[in-house]
Design a protein around this ligand. Structure first.
Ligand code: SF4
Length: 291
């Protein structure tokens, strides 16, 4: 078996920096109590580790008592959240990824130019909520089919941004549809470079692999995007979020297995998947590779 690892495995720079910052704060200021809104990674071991070090995970600011310090995650926050922090007099540490800040700047520019802001992304995703929350009103679309004359009725000038982890090709198709309906459109390419690199690597390696394993949570949008990109090219693509699941994947003899991961997948999980794969001699599979 040949295992090929993606060059961009595990945390993206935004997630890694937030985790490092959180670790540092918890270690340096044990006298303070830190709160995070939601889980930064969809992995129970990482979350339990942070909890054990003292981090409290909450869903709303109402759960944060006076004196608590809020850590704002890499995917960014709405303007209303900053207002609420101020209104409650809560201290906060802002770990918004610089590349997400750029998206916020761009959508505010679009609004200031009198254009209708259009966000390509998943409605309800935290990052998309943060982007939309920079402006008074925005149209959110996640597929070309959602770009309908009804939705864009009366829109003459628009400005488009995308969620940082969106699929490049899909975003391009959405933009084409918007351009077909709106006479004056400016487009800001806001899919971040780490995401583009990851997606392009998956495309390249998936074509040459017998099996593709994408490691990450099904709740992670960027992990699902990688899985969908690979699956469209290679039906022998699997998405797993636990190392044990790799045992269920049928491998042809002398298979080339390409491994990719989402931007919030912990490195330990990837190491364990690789260890289990390496320990699987083809004969021990007892399978002939017909998945
Ligand atoms: S996916 Fe990109 S923009 Fe989003 S946190 Fe990671 S590096 Fe930043």
């Amino acid at each position: 078996m040949k295992i090929v690892l993606s060059e961009t495995l595990s945390y993206c720079i935004g997630v890694r920096k937030t985790l490092e910052l959180t670790d540092r704060l918890l270690a340096d200021r044990p006298d303070r109590t830190y709160y995070m809104l939601g889980e930064i990674v969809h992995n129970e071991h990482v979350i339990e580790g942070l909890r054990a070090k003292g981090l409290r995970i909450v869903q709303t600011l109402e759960e944060v008592p006076a004196g608590g310090v809020v850590i704002l995650q890499s995917h960014g926050s709405t303007r209303r959240r900053y207002d609420e922090l101020a209104a409650r007099g809560l201290e906060f540490v802002d770990a918004t990824c610089p590349m997400v800040r750029i998206i916020h700047d761009r959508i505010r520019e679009v609004e200031a130019q009198g254009r209708v802001p259009v966000v390509i992304g998943q409605v309800g995703h935290e990052e998309v909520r943060g982007i939309v929350g920079q402006v008074a009103r925005a149209i959110v679309v996640k597929t070309p089919e959602e770009v309908t004359p009804e939705l864009f009725d009366g829109v003459r000038r628009a400005g488009v941004v995308a969620q940082s982890t969106f699929i490049e090709d899909e975003a391009r198709r959405i933009v084409e549809r918007v351009r077909a309906l709106v006479p004056d459109v400016v487009v800001h390419d806001t899919i971040c470079q780490p995401t583009k690199t990851r997606q392009r690597e998956v495309e390249r390696h998936t074509r040459k692999a017998d099996r593709v394993i994408v490691i990450g949570s099904r709740h992670s949008a960027n992990t699902r995007h990688l899985f969908n990109i690979a699956r469209a090219i290679n039906p022998g693509t699997h998405l797993i979020d636990r190392p044990e699941s790799v045992e269920d994947i049928v491998l042809p003899p002398d298979a080339t297995v390409f491994i990719a991961s989402g931007a919030s997948t912990p490195p330990e999980l990837i190491v364990e998947v690789v260890r289990r794969l390496e320990s699987r001699a083809p004969a021990a599979d007892g399978k002939d590779g017909t998945a």
